[in-house]
Design a protein around this ligand. Structure first.
Ligand SMILES: Cc1cc2nc3c(=O)[nH]c(=O)nc-3n(C[C@H](O)[C@H](O)[C@H](O)COP(=O)(O)OP(=O)(O)OC[C@H]3O[C@@H](n4cnc5c(N)ncnc54)[C@H](O)[C@@H]3O)c2cc1C
Length: 480
């Protein structure tokens, strides 16, 4: 398939050109390598690129982009390819996949401005580990796939995850970006526009002087440029921590508590298990001990002083009681917070994941869960060996994730699963849901509903910044 798209001669010429830029050890056109880069962690069918290149620095990326443009090749920037929406899968032939994972250094930690500047290919696991040695942390600590997921990948796909209840998603935590554009030029956003600022002081604010250029590139799914560096806000590591789980017999009551906690900024993280099946799967001790519970919320409080954390916990307990919740222990909150990136991987034992991750206002969660149960009743989920987890994570102010994931053990049941998966996404998006990543998972559902003027505007931005559609062609169905 790869050779079909290019003659052997052209292939050799291009290889020589790429080799001159990055050296022989940093690129590959070997079929087995290309095929290993065809997929991400989603169930969508793969499509191999024609070359995989592992650049070492921003200048190499700039040269590669100019080289690709002059040879009519597209560029697909990728990080850990841990996405579960199919966002990094090439949509066309004749592409160079830029694997950023060798650009994984911390460039500087600024304790005066409280920022960290990193190369885009660093994983969240590595970043958190290295910052912890300095008694520092980022606010948003990465998606649950943060062992492989990179900062650049998360910022390109609006990731939500650890710390999001207090700090918002990945993109909420950015101060500035370095991006290589379609003509090979390099820009720094935010206060980075001011060339004569010394390197160490140049990235102290995102909003200044001009429009917010950073935001144009956040969530672009690799369609507007290659993010090579990011500056993120940092904080001292908290000294006080409190954990507590509350059980409910009604999702309505649990959602009211979640809303209260978020409005009053009481918690660092609050995660919900939204039905008895999910409690049985993820917190079986609670299911055995309290079989009447239909919802559990796990709460994590981090403060710079243990007394403040304890006091906040007391307030949460008092409020939970008012909403008919009862304190049941710390299993869920501790498992959630302390296992971090290792928490959800074990769920692959339940079968392959078919996720429907999206965002929604907290007060719309109960209705979604009731409607999901109606849908599940229509299909014999368990006898067909299709399992599920319904969960939600409070995010930023008063919204949350809707994490409803289906697990398939028996591949022969895939047609049935596809049907349910499709109906579930229709249900979610037509009932107040908005995806955070798009990718192959959500693209068709989103493009049917997007306001035409909105879509035309982002299309104009695409055409202005990338007139020849070098970057990740086909994504968002952008047309020249
Ligand atoms: C077990 C597991 C748990 C997960 N949990 C979560 C979760 O809680 N929350 C969540 O959001 N996701 C989750 N994910 C998905 C994934 O880990 C995250 O979305 C992560 O942010 C993707 O980062 P990545 O480096 O792997 O990006 P990739 O998959 O490599 O790329 C994602 C998109 O970003 C673009 N891109 C990547 N790097 C760049 C760059 N430097 N410049 C421009 N464009 C770029 C790609 O073209 C693609 O469109 C999970 C995945 C797994 C396997």
């Amino acid at each position: 398939m790869i050779l079909e798209s290019m003659t052997q001669l052209a292939l050799e010429k291009i290889s020589t050109g790429i080799e001159k830029i990055v050296g022989p050890e940093n690129y590959s056109k070997a079929k087995y390598i290309l095929h290993s880069y065809a997929e991400d962690a989603s169930p969508f069918p793969g499509n191999p690129p024609d070359f995989v290149v592992l650049p070492q620095n921003t200048n190499e990326i700039s040269q590669l982009i100019q080289f690709a443009a002059s040879h009519n090749l597209s560029i697909i920037p990728v990080g850990g390819r841990s996405g579960i929406s199919g966002a990094s899968i090439p949509r066309t032939h004749s592409s160079i996949m830029l694997d950023l994972t060798r650009m994984n250094k911390i460039i500087s930690i600024d304790k005066e401005i409280m920022t960290v500047t990193v190369q885009a290919g660093i994983t969240w696991a590595e970043l958190i580990h290295k910052l912890a040695k300095e008694d520092l942390t980022v606010g948003f600590r990465g998606p649950y796939g943060g062992n492989a997921g990179t900062v650049g990948g998360s910022l390109s796909s609006n990731s939500i995850g650890i710390g999001a209840s207090a700090y918002g998603g990945a993109c909420d935590n950015v101060v500035s970006l370095e991006v290589v554009l379609a003509d090979g030029s390099i820009i720094e956003t935010g206060s980075g526009w001011k060339k004569e600022l010394p390197e160490t002081l140049s990235h102290f604010t995102r909003y200044c002087t001009f429009n917010d250029l950073t935001g144009i590139f956040l969530g672009d799914h690799g369609t507007l440029g290659v993010k090579t560096q990011a500056t993120l806000k940092i904080y001292p590591i908290a000294e006080g921590t409190a954990f507590i789980d509350f059980g409910f017999t009604s999702i309505e009551d649990c959602s009211k508590l979640l809303h209260y906690l978020q409005v009053h900024k009481l918690v660092t993280e609050a995660v919900i298990l939204g039905d008895t099946n999910s409690i049985e799967l993820l917190a079986s001790t609670y299911h055995d001990k309290y079989p009447q519970l239909t919802t559990i919320v796990g709460i994590i409080i981090e403060e710079y002083d243990q007394d403040i954390a304890n006091r906040k916990k007391e307030i949460c307990e008092k409020k939970a009681k008012q909403f008919n919740g009862k304190s049941i222990g710390t299993f869920l909150s501790k498992a959630h917070w302390l296992n971090k990136f290792n928490l959800v991987q074990s769920l692959f034992e339940e079968g392959f994941w078919y996720n429907t991750c999206h965002l929604r206002p907290i007060n719309t969660l109960p209705n979604l869960i009731h409607q999901t149960h109606e849908l599940f009743k229509k299909y014999d989920m368990k006898p067909n060996e299709i399992n599920w987890i319904i969960s939600a994570l409070a995010t930023d102010r008063c919204y949350c994730t809707g994490w409803i994931t289906l697990f398939l053990k028996d591949p022969t049941k895939r047609p049935l699963l596809e049907k349910i998966w499709h109906e579930l996404r229709e249900l979610e998006i037509s009932n107040n849901g908005v995806p955070y990543w798009t990718g192959l998972l959500w693209e068709d559902y989103v493009l049917q509903r997007v306001n035409p003027a909105f879509y035309e505007t982002i299309q104009k931005i695409k055409n202005a910044l990338d007139p020849y559609h070098i970057f990740h062609p086909g994504v968002f169905k952008f047309e020249r």
